[in-house]
Design a protein around this ligand. Structure first.
Ligand code: GDP
Ligand code: IMO
Ligand code: MG
Length: 424
């Protein structure tokens, strides 16, 4: 019988723990498919005492028998991709056994990275805080119909196409009065492309159509998070792709009526890396405590993440915009020894209370915070303490969907499956 595709995505500002949950549930799937973003993502997995950070490669890569697909909505930097492939090879994982790449995925050039840096420098203090991986300029070339795609690597005139795009970038970089990308960067890129060329390229829309017809279980793995979505995030402090569930349709070529579950991943608190509004941000010792205990430093850039209380109106918004059917709550252990926890249940906008995420949250929005009963140490083998069960029930009531997975630590094994469809 034909199957339908599940989607797993971030319900906050990214770094919710998507990589960990994909790794935990991957054995239940035949295919794990990334649908947007690129090396701006850093998805961390931890098992058998070893930590792995993936940027382009889907998080099912450590599970035997799982096909890992990089979809058309993803942007690939061949140099970073090659580093990932080599790092995996060094620990005995040959991605060639399991990786498929869509011909329609766009390529990040060294000059895209240079343009990203130039644009950020020009913005000065109002910069986005981009990861400087060239994401914005690459998606601009995609929508501007200038981009280079993975399928172009099979064409005889690739070099000419590459040079023509680089010339355009050089003219743009001239406007910023910034130096163009170096010759070494170009050589590194061209060498990496040769390796990328040896990977199996596919038409992901046809591949997934057949896989679903054959009853295969497919999980779409999101990058970034709902509040970084280009349309529905805190624009302009967002990434350049659709991070929401609709992005899984366009980023893989799967029709909306073939989507089944939508799993939203969120932390028991909130973090954000880079610039932009963050209503519940903590600028005090509580924020520092969460950052320290939660190791809240970027997996891709190493930057300190901003930390704050859980924002329920924002989570509710993510449930709405994605059609989230179930949630996974991460990092409750980080709050274990805090006894003054709070949660945001609404905002004051121009003196009026609202539970709805407004159009613009950059100014004049104040979180309404309520106290939360704490909980002590969490152990996977013990029942969840009453304080945490109360917190879970409160969140479920507010957002209207169940929390079916609770993560109590970074390791694969530190996971509690509660009920519902995540449990097979
Ligand atoms: P992703 O981008 O959504 O995959 O998330 P990241 O990997 O960027 O960031 C999540 C971080 O939290 C990683 O360092 C994980 O190892 C870690 N992590 C995931 N789940 C938990 C958890 O339940 N507790 C703790 N303490 N750490 C966790
Ligand atoms: P994962 O998949 C957290 C943020 C950047 C910046 C903004 C735009 O690991 O959750 P970009 O480089 O995309 O142009 O940056 O988005 N950002 C992320 N924040 N997690 C991510 O990915 C992110 N990818 C981009 O910090 O604020
Ligand atoms: Mg991350």
């Amino acid at each position: 019988m034909a199957a339908r595709m599940d989607v797993l995505l971030g319900a906050q500002w990214g770094d919710e723990g998507k990589g960990k949950v994909v790794d935990v549930i991957a054995p239940d799937y035949d295919v794990i498919a990334r649908f947007q973003g690129g090396p701006n993502a850093g998805h961390t997995l931890l098992f058998e005492g070893r930590k792995h950070v993936l940027h382009t490669i889907p998080s099912g890569v450590f599970r035997e028998g799982t096909v890992n697909l990089v979809g058309n909505g993803v942007v690939i930097d061949p140099v970073i991709f090659l580093k990932e492939v080599n790092a995996l090879k060094a620990i005995g994982v040959d991605v060639r056994d399991s990786l498929l790449i869509s011909r329609r995925a766009h390529l990040i050039l060294p000059t895209h990275r240079a343009l990203d840096a130039a644009s950020e420098a020009e913005k000065g203090t109002s910069k986005i805080g981009s990861t400087l991986k060239g994401i914005g300029p690459t998606y601009m070339d995609k929508t501007g119909r200038n981009g280079l795609r993975v399928g172009d690597l099979e064409l005889p005139d690739l070099k000419e196409r590459y040079q023509s795009l680089v010339r355009k970038h050089e003219r743009l970089l001239g406007l910023y009065e910034k130096p163009v990308a170096t010759k070494e960067a170009e050589e590194e890129w061209l060498a990496a492309v040769e390796i990328l060329r040896t990977m199996p390229f596919i038409d992901s829309e046809h591949y997934l159509d057949q896989a679903l017809r054959d009853g295969k279980r497919v999980l779409a793995e999101g990058a970034q998070g709902t509040l970084l979505d280009i349309d529905f995030g805190t624009y302009p402090f967002v990434t350049s792709s659709n991070t929401i569930s609709a992005g899984a349709c366009t980023g893989l070529g799967v029709a909306p009526n073939r989507i089944d579950k939508v799993v939203g991943i969120f932390k028991a608190y909130c973090t954000r890396v880079g610039s932009g509004p963050f209503p519940t941000e903590l600028h005090d010792t509580d924020g520092e405590h969460i950052r320290k205990v939660g190791h809240e430093f970027g997996s891709t850039t190493g930057r300190a993440r901003r930390c704050g209380w859980l924002d329920l109106p924002a989570l509710h918004y993510a449930v709405m915009i994605n059609g989230i059917t179930e949630l996974a709550m991460m990092k409750a252990d980080v709050l274990s020894d805090m006894d003054n926890l709070q949660v945001c249940t609404g905002y004051l906008v121009n003196g009026q209370r609202t539970e709805r995420m407004p159009y613009d949250i950059t100014g004049g929005i104040e979180p309404i915070l309520e106290p939360v009963e704490g909980w002590g140490e969490l152990r996977t083998e013990d029942p969840l303490p009453a304080g945490l069960e109360l917190y879970i029930a409160r969140i479920e009531k507010y957002v209207g969907v169940p929390i079916n997975l609770v993560s109590l630590g970074p390791d694969r094994a530190q996971t509690v499956l509660r009920q519902g469809t995540l449990v097979h």
